[in-house]
Design a protein around this ligand. Structure first.
Ligand SMILES: [Zn+2]
Length: 355
């Protein structure tokens, strides 16, 4: 099931609303109608959360890291980036950019409020202006809270990332993640306990932090372990190949039989490239018997069998293919096996069991 929905995009980065955010907005709208002030406050706050996330994105892009999307949750946003920065010095810069943006927005709103209050004293002018003044002041405070809250040293908060980066400068990245996640979970539990006595909202936030810390640890550990699995451990050594003179109709049959959407192309045992299902599907069915594989654009992609599955995964993802030929360093013309989505699934299971 999908839990977040796209509402737009900025600089090509999709912005999505998480279902819990929408439920919160709905609840506030119903509970406080017709007093729309709180609803208005949340809508504006949400815009500033986007500012906060875009600050992370700008820094990520500066270091050449692709931002997949921004997802907005009730207690803040998450920028999903392509890969975790390998250098701790980049990670903490990326993490701190968001809270700094929130503090900056808070400061600007505070001075704006000062300006408006001077020009329009609350007591003497229309109530609507007084409300506007309050809105700006409340938003300023909320931005300060947003910035400070995100500095809590627990995943999935920015402070958790800063904390991990500091640890990672002294130990292995996966160990740093483990410890940071551990602290995050403790924080979550502590918040729930305090919440039971003081405030219901703390319980919700505590649960959110606990789940976030666990998920982050899981993902990082799996992808770190994925980097230790070699292509040759999970590749298939048997792979059907087609010839450049094979017709497209026949190639589709080969793909059906092999249950993979792409096929190897070989000429006298020498690798020529990969012909993809997507390319063949662009040709009308009635023309497929007259065209040959050799007339199609072939993808000359490859991976070495002793490279990591994580590297292979990046290539498969980028090229949108299901089948990646593997080679030996010594014989660069001969395919020794293929990595398929089935092999990737095997690798994933292996990575999960290594801990
Ligand atoms: Zn942030």
């Amino acid at each position: 099931m999908r839990y977040s929905f796209k509402i737009g995009s900025v600089w090509g980065i999709p912005i999505e609303l998480h279902i819990t955010f929408m439920l919160l907005m709905g609840a506030v709208f119903i509970l406080f109608y017709p007093a729309l002030y709180l609803f208005l406050l949340i809508v504006f706050l949400f815009v500033f959360v986007v500012f906060h996330e875009l600050a992370h994105s700008v820094v990520a892009r500066h270091y050449g890291i692709k931002v997949r999307k921004i997802v907005l949750y009730p207690i803040g946003g998450v920028s999903e980036i392509e890969e975790v920065p390998e250098k701790p010095s980049i990670e903490w810069r990326l993490a701190i950019a968001g809270p700094l943006m929130s503090f900056a927005v808070g400061a600007i709103l505070l001075s704006l409020n000062q300006l408006i209050s001077v020009k329009a004293p609350v007591e003497t002018l229309a109530p609507s202006i007084a409300t506007a003044g309050n809105l700006i002041l409340d938003l300023a405070v909320l931005n300060f809270i947003l910035g400070a809250f995100n500095l809590i040293p627990a995943f999935p908060m920015d402070g958790g990332r800063v904390f991990r980066a500091l640890l990672a400068e002294r130990m292995k990245f996966s160990d740093a993640t483990k410890y940071a996640a551990y602290i995050g979970r403790l924080f979550g539990i502590a918040m729930v306990v305090v919440g039971v006595f003081y405030d219901f909202w703390l319980i919700l936030i505590g649960v959110f932090i606990y789940i976030g810390a666990s998920e982050e640890a899981e993902q990082t550990i799996v992808s770190t372990n994925l980097a230790t699995v070699r292509v040759k451990d999970v590749m298939q050594t048997e792979a059907g190949a087609v010839q450049p003179e094979t017709t497209l109709a026949e190639a589709v049959e080969v793909m059906f039989k092999a249950r993979y959407h792409d096929a190897l192309v070989e000429k006298e045992g020498i690798f020529q490239g990969v012909v993809s299902w997507d390319e063949i599907m662009k040709i009308k069915p009635e023309d497929r018997a007259n065209l040959t594989v050799g007339q199609m654009p072939l993808k000359c992609i490859r991976v070495l069998q002793d490279e990591s599955v994580l590297e292979a995964y990046k290539v498969m993802n980028r090229e949108k293919i299901d089948l990646l030929p593997a080679f030996d360093r010594e014989a660069p013309d001969k395919v020794v096996g293929v990595l398929t989505s089935e092999g990737m699934a095997k690798a994933y299971e292996k990575a999960k069991s290594l801990r």
